[in-house]
Design a protein around this ligand. Structure first.
Ligand SMILES: [Zn+2]
Length: 202
C-alpha cells in the first residue's frame, strides 16, 4: 500500500516518531475486529498513529456533536447511524489505511464546553501536523462509485528497457479539488498546508 511504502522507503517521510494522540480520537478498530466504534479518551503521554479529517460541516443536516452529555456513552459506543456519510466514509478509510485512530472536530471536541473548545482549537495546528494522513473530503459520500477518468498508460523507458509506466489523465478543470467548496475555506487550507500527507478525492 502507498502509505506503507511512503513511511518505509521515502527518505524525507521516514523516521518520524510516533506522535502524541490528540485528547480524544475515534477508535476505528483493528482489522477483523467488528466490535463497535468508540470514542477513545487519550491517556497521559499516550502516543499513536492517526488520520485527521478535513471537511466542511453539512449545513443542511443536523450535525451530531460531542457534548458533555454524550461523552461517557460515546466512550462505550459511537452513534454510527447518526453520523454523516462523510464521517462514516472517513472511519472506513482510516481502517483501510491500517490506522486505528481518526480525529474529527465534531466528534473529538466537546462542543458545549467553554473550557475544551479553546484548548482544542489551539491544538488543531499540531493535530493536523502530527496526523499520519489528512483525509480531505471535498464532497459528501466521497467513497461512492464514480466514473473512471479517461486515461492512457504509456511505457516509461530508461535506456532500452521498459522500467515503468506513466498514466495520463484527462480531467476537467472544474472538477479539480482546488476549485471545490472546501478550498475556499481558510480552515481547510490551513489543515492541508500543515499535514504531512493528504489523501484527497479528485
Ligand atoms: Zn513519502
Amino acid at each position: 500500500m502507498w502509505l506503507e511504502e511512503c513511511q518505509k522507503t521515502h527518505q524525507k517521510c521516514r523516521g518520524k516518531i510516533v506522535p502524541y494522540l490528540p485528547a480524544r480520537v475515534i477508535d476505528a478498530g483493528i482489522e477483523e475486529d467488528n466490535s463497535t466504534r468508540r470514542l477513545h479518551v487519550t491517556g497521559k503521554e499516550e502516543r499513536g498513529l492517526y488520520a485527521a479529517l478535513s471537511y466542511c460541516w453539512d449545513q443542511t443536516q443536523s450535525i451530531t456533536l460531542l457534548t458533555t452529555g454524550t461523552l461517557s456513552a460515546w466512550e462505550k459506543c459511537l452513534p454510527i447511524a447518526r453520523l454523516s456519510q462523510t464521517i462514516k466514509d472517513a472511519i472506513t478509510t482510516t481502517r483501510f489505511l491500517g490506522l486505528r485512530y481518526l480525529w474529527v472536530d465534531a466528534l473529538c471536541i466537546v462542543q458545549n464546553s467553554l473550557t475544551d473548545i479553546p484548548v482544542q482549537i489551539t491544538a488543531m495546528g499540531e493535530i493536523y501536523k502530527n496526523a499520519t494522513v489528512t483525509i480531505t473530503a471535498g464532497k459528501a459520500n466521497f467513497l461512492d462509485p464514480r466514473q473512471p477518468l479517461e486515461s492512457c498508460r504509456l511505457p516509461f523507458y530508461v535506456s532500452t528497457e521498459v522500467q515503468s509506466s506513466v498514466t495520463f489523465t484527462i480531467d476537467s478543470f472544474e472538477n479539480r479539488t482546488y476549485r471545490s467548496h472546501l478550498d475556499s475555506r481558510g480552515w481547510t487550507f490551513q489543515e492541508s498546508l500543515l499535514s504531512s500527507r493528504v489523501l484527497t478525492n479528485l
